[in-house]
Design a protein around this ligand. Sequence first.
Ligand code: GTP
Ligand code: MG
Length: 444
Amino acid sequence: MVRKQISKILRASKAAESLVECTEDKNARPLSLSGHVGFDSLPDQLVNKSTNQGFCFNILCIGETGIGKSTLMDTLFNTNFENFESSHFEPKVKLRAQTYDLQESNVRLKLTIVNTVGFGDQMNKQESYQHVVDYIDTQFESYLQEELKIKRSLHNYHDSRIHACLYFIAPSGHSLKSLDLVTMKKLDSKVNIIPVIAKADTISKSELHKFKIKIMSELVSNGVQIYQFPVDDETVSKINTAMNGHLPFAVVGSTEEVKIGNKMVKARQYPWGVVQVENENHCDFVKLREMLICVNMEDLREQTHTRHYELYRRCKLEEMGFKDTNPESKPVSLQETYEAKRQEFLGELQRREEEMRQMFVQRVKEKEMELKEAERDLQGKFEQLKRLHSEEKGKLDDKRRSLEDEINTFNKKKAAADLLQGQSFTNSNSNAKKDKDRKNSGFM
Ligand code: GTP
Ligand code: MG
């Protein structure tokens, strides 16, 4: 990886030199040195710095449960990672990331392996890829947030962006599943996809050949862009061109060692023979290891940063309203965009405030009208009640008056009756006296 980086830097400095040559008339005057100065050690300085810092590489393994993801990772890195067998009954796809510190010679590698748990086991297939897309975006977002911080610490930031996505295709020999196509299509602008045919020992040689052609034509016809090994670097262009023609790699994984001749080799043993993982006549495992780890690891990291992350960042910043040019195609600085956005925001705020004020006034008016209406209603009802009350009162007064008249008449009649009764009593008393006197005088 380090050697690869040196060659890249050298190529870059060559390109820079030619750029300087092109612009030399305007900006810089080429001078030759009369002795050794020492800046030719810059590439070494860079290599030392990178080696001391260590590297990080993140692999995403997408494939259905039990397709051989963990076995292939163990085989690729010649170790035993922590592996958990997944169940086929996961309610949704989960992404499980595990990070390991590895060392080879003096090069330290922080390796993260992300596994899709329960991929393709749900009835709703959209659920399967959406979680993967979200996971990749979340890692980009974390990096962007770190980049946008005032106090950034990118040099010791644990970069969790996915550098390579190994997509495990089931060795059906038939065609890609719709889930494979949809998932790869959704991911191809976000990650470097390297498709692999898993458990390639379960498919015959002729079927495998046809299967590879079928897969590639299906990917092309569905517009799925898989990762192409770079061919612009002359040191690796030959091997990368050849390897691009072998995609998708048909792989076999095994950590079991079998004695072949006098050598122990990684293999899978069957009653009819032994499949040697590292035998290029048996499968493409070596090609994958070579391409993924030995030749193109740095390019995968670079592509992730310069292509996929850049796209994510651009879309995100555009979504936030940042642009490099204005509608007249003139360059706009970040400060100008910020100011324009701020003004736009303040304008919007004022508009909203005015809208709310208007709404409030309107509401108050409506409420006032409602209250007035209610007051009118009440007044009407009050007047009506008052009228009814005075009518009732009038009637009662009339009744009272007639009753008083009746009482008066009655009293008069009663007084007359009493008088009459008094007179008749007086008369009867005098008559009785007369009778008594008569009796006493002898009339009786
Ligand atoms: P989960 O993590 O549970 O989803 O499974 P996985 O995709 O990690 O598969 P794992 O590596 O655990 O392998 C599942 C089974 O497939 C094991 O029995 C492996 O031995 C077997 N297996 C793995 N690789 C190959 C292969 O290349 N060929 C064959 N025939 N079997 C394989
Ligand atoms: Mg596993």
